[in-house]
Design a protein around this ligand. Structure first.
Ligand code: SAH
Length: 347
């Protein structure tokens, strides 16, 4: 079975060219072409036809097919991509003052089971390979003709449940010979897999760790995030503290406000007690009613919650919600397509 050349680390590609051709510099040429989104070796004009043919005997170059693309009023662009095996994933391109940011998927579906999240309905189909994660950055930049400067691993899937492929992707997207995005411009979001957080702390990658906390205690968290039964609150916060001690990098907490579930003053107070003194930032997000069952908190309640965190000494902002008119919350578009095909509609 041929493998996707984009799954190889730069150093592995070098090794391949040294062993086969005694030409280490070829790795630099090929890696660059891949980062520009070529889909055949023949398009690599600075390698010989013979070498291109030999490469295509050893490897294939993955592609992403745009199944659907939606542009929101705020210029957020959402892509529904088809992978080579027909599975679908989503990526979202967002425009901020500091540049273009892309939200990418790490798995087809998800096994974490958060009750508010559309990605987890139907469970995990499979992990994405490193090259497939990278492809979202490469082909989105190519399709839109833009330079992407920030990446958030907040699309479909749990990145720390696909640890090795995600690390491989991070190394390649950061590599100066390719896409070359600094770790400081990358955020990885997790629902709280403690063993993964501890491993990540050892990787020496100065990225931003983002924790999907969404509750002030185990009682509430157990109801909305089943992962909390495996890794309770105090264990999760323990891992975050170890991560902070090892990396010195400020951690982000995502807190999705769900009306009457986790948005009361006593919840804000409890959250303050847990996070006080930690080098962190709390992102408050009105829940997107993706699964229909939960209502977002009213703006007044959100502001009140934020005020309480601020006066409790925490750093807290309310996240701007982008792309709500185009189903831009995780997994929504994939799910909408899935529903349609079940109902026999054509896209
Ligand atoms: N599995 C990872 C990353 C993917 S989800 C994680 O859990 O962090 C990315 C973020 O979107 C998480 O913070 C997740 O909790 C949040 N999210 C999922 N569904 C949402 C919804 N309906 N409204 C608001 N945020 C949501």
């Amino acid at each position: 079975m041929k493998q996707n050349i984009k799954n190889l680390l730069y150093t592995e590609l070098e090794e391949y060219f040294v062993q086969k051709y005694r030409q280490k510099f070829r790795a630099k040429q090929v890696f660059k072409w891949l980062s520009l989104g070529v889909t055949s070796f023949a398009q690599m004009t600075d390698i010989s036809k013979k070498m291109a043919e030999e490469l295509s005997e050893d490897f294939f170059i993955s592609d992403l097919k745009i199944l659907r693309k939606e542009t929101s009023k705020d210029k957020t662009v959402k892509f529904l991509y088809e992978l080579s095996d027909g599975n679908t994933i989503e990526s979202v391109l967002m425009q901020y003052k500091h540049g273009m940011s892309i939200c990418i998927s790490t798995q087809v579906g998800c096994n974490m089971g958060c009750t508010f999240c559309a990605s987890t309905v139907g469970g995990k189909v499979r992990d994405l390979e490193a090259g497939e994660i990278l492809d979202q950055v490469i082909f989105t930049a190519k399709a839109e003709g833009v330079r992407i400067s920030n990446i958030v691993l907040m699309g479909i899937g749990e990145p720390l449940d696909n640890y090795d492929n995600v690390i491989r992707f991070l190394k390649n997207v950061n590599d100066e010979h390719g896409v070359n995005i600094g770790y400081r411009h990358i955020s990885l979001s997790t629902c709280g897999l403690v063993d993964g957080i501890d491993r990540l702390a050892q990787e020496n990658m100065p990225l931003t760790l983002s924790i999907s906390l969404h509750a002030p205690n185990d009682g509430i968290r157990n109801k909305t995030m089943p992962v909390s039964k495996k890794y309770p609150y105090h264990e999760l916060l323990g891992a975050v503290k170890r991560y902070l001690a090892k990396t010195g990098r400020r951690v982000s907490f995502e807190y999705t406000l769900i009306k009457d579930v986790n948005d009361r003053p006593e919840h804000a107070r409890e959250l303050c007690q847990h996070l006080k003194g930690m080098l962190c930032h709390v992102n408050l997000i009105p829940v997107n009613p993706a699964r229909g069952t939960m209502a977002p908190s009213e703006l007044k309640r959100i502001r009140q919650f934020q005020e309480m965190l601020l006066s409790g000494g925490l750093n807290a902002t309310v996240r701007r919600t982008l792309g709500t008119d185009i189903n831009a919350a995780c997994g929504q578009l994939r799910r909408a397509e899935f529903q349609k095909s079940k109902e026999g509609e054509t896209v």
